[in-house]
Design a protein around this ligand. Structure first.
Ligand SMILES: NC(=O)c1ccc[n+]([C@@H]2O[C@H](COP(=O)([O-])OP(=O)(O)OC[C@H]3O[C@@H](n4cnc5c(N)ncnc54)[C@H](OP(=O)(O)O)[C@@H]3O)[C@@H](O)[C@H]2O)c1
Length: 260
C-alpha cells in the first residue's frame, strides 16, 4: 500500500519539488496551500507524471486551529510523512512593519508547524515509523535585523526540530530541519526590493537541488540539513564571532539586497 505524505505550501517552490520527489517514490499526497488554482496545477503536474493520488486542500495555514481542521477533514488518512514547508518572508525595521502580516507569520511558522507536528506525531510513534521535514533556513543561525521575525521564527523551527528529533531517537520516527540558503523561488521576490531577484545572488541554489538534498536527509533521518558547503560555513561562522557582529553583517546584507 502506498504511503501518504502531507506537504504544506506544496503548490510551488520547494514544497512542489519535495512533493514531486515524494510522488516519484510512490507516496500519495495531500497538498495544502493558500491558492486553489496553483494547487490544481500542481495536482495535474504530479498525477500526469506519477501513478499516485493527490488530494488538494486550499487553506490559509496562518488561521488559528487550522491544523485541527485539516486533520479532521482528512478523517482516517494515515500521514506517514509530514513536510512543514509553507512560509514567507517580510522585510523592514520592526517598528514600521505590518502587525497583521507578522501575526500571520508567527501563526504559520510557529503555531501551525508545531501543531501539525503534534497532531501527526503520536500516530507515527505508535506505528514505529514516520518522517517529518520542517523548513527552517540559514536564517536560523543568527539574529536577522530588518527581517527580525523571519529569522526568529526560523530559529524556533530549528531548535524545536532538533529537540524533538533527539526525544524521538529509537522510536522509528525522525525529524529533520532543512536549512537552505538563498534559493530561487517566488520567496525571493518578497525578500528582495522589487519583483527582481535578491541582489546577493552568487550563492543562489535551485529549488530542485535544495529539495533533493532535503529529501535525502529526511529519508536518512538526519536532524539538520544545510545544503551546500558555503552555507555550512555560514551556519558555523556565527558560533565563533560575537553575536552583535553577526547581526551587523546580516543588517548590511539585507540593506544591500534592498538597494535601488
Ligand atoms: N527560497 C529561499 O531562499 C528560502 C531559503 C530558506 C528557507 N526557505 C523556506 O522554504 C519554505 C518554502 O518557501 P519557497 O522558497 O518554496 O517559497 P514559495 O515558492 O513562495 O513557496 C511557499 C508556498 O507557501 C504558500 N503559503 C504562504 N503562506 C501561506 C499560508 N498562510 N497558507 C498556506 N500556504 C501559504 C505560498 O503561497 P503564495 O505564494 O500563494 O503565498 C507558496 O505556495 C518557506 O518556509 C521558506 O521560509 C526559503
Amino acid at each position: 500500500m502506498n504511503k501518504t505524505a502531507l506537504v504544506t505550501g506544496g503548490a510551488s517552490g520547494l514544497g512542489l519539488e519535495l512533493a514531486l520527489l515524494l510522488a516519484k517514490d510512490g507516496h500519495n499526497l495531500v497538498l495544502v496551500d493558500i491558492d486553489a488554482e496553483k494547487l490544481q496545477l500542481a495536482k495535474q503536474e504530479i498525477e500526469t507524471n506519477f501513478p499516485v493520488k493527490v488530494q488538494i486542500l486550499a487553506k490559509d495555514l496562518s488561521q488559528i486551529n487550522i491544523s485541527e481542521e485539516i486533520i479532521t477533514e482528512l478523517n482516517e488518512i494515515q500521514i506517514d510523512v509530514l513536510v512543514n514547508n509553507a512560509g514567507f518572508g517580510l522585510f523592514g525595521p520592526f517598528h514600521e512593519t505590518d502587525w497583521k502580516r507578522e501575526e500571520q507569520m508567527l501563526n504559520l511558522h510557529v503555531i501551525t508547524t508545531t501543531h501539525l507536528t503534534k497532531l501527526v506525531l503520536k500516530g507515527m510513534v505508535e506505528r514505529g515509523s514516520g518522517r517529518i521535514l520542517n523548513l527552517s533556513s540559514l536564517a536560523a543561525f543568527q539574529p536577522g535585523p530588518l527581517m527580525s521575525l523571519y529569522y526568529a521564527t526560523k530559529g524556533y523551527i530549528l531548535s524545536f526540530s532538533e529537540a524533538i528529533a533527539c526525544e524521538l531517537k529509537g522510536t522509528g520516527v525522525t525529524v529533520t530541519a532543512l536549512c537552505p540558503g538563498p534559493t530561487k523561488t517566488s520567496f525571493q521576490k518578497v525578500v528582495a526590493n522589487d519583483s527582481s531577484e535578491n541582489k546577493i545572488s552568487f550563492n543562489m541554489a535551485s529549488a530542485k537541488e535544495v529539495a533533493a538534498y532535503g529529501y535525502k536527509a529526511m529519508m536518512k533521518g538526519k536532524p539538520v540539513a544545510i545544503p551546500g558547503a558555503f552555507n555550512k560555513f555560514l551556519a558555523f561562522l556565527p558560533r565563533v564571532m560575537p553575536r552583535n557582529m553577526a547581526a551587523n553583517i546580516v543588517r548590511k546584507i539585507q540593506e544591500k539586497n534592498r538597494e535601488e
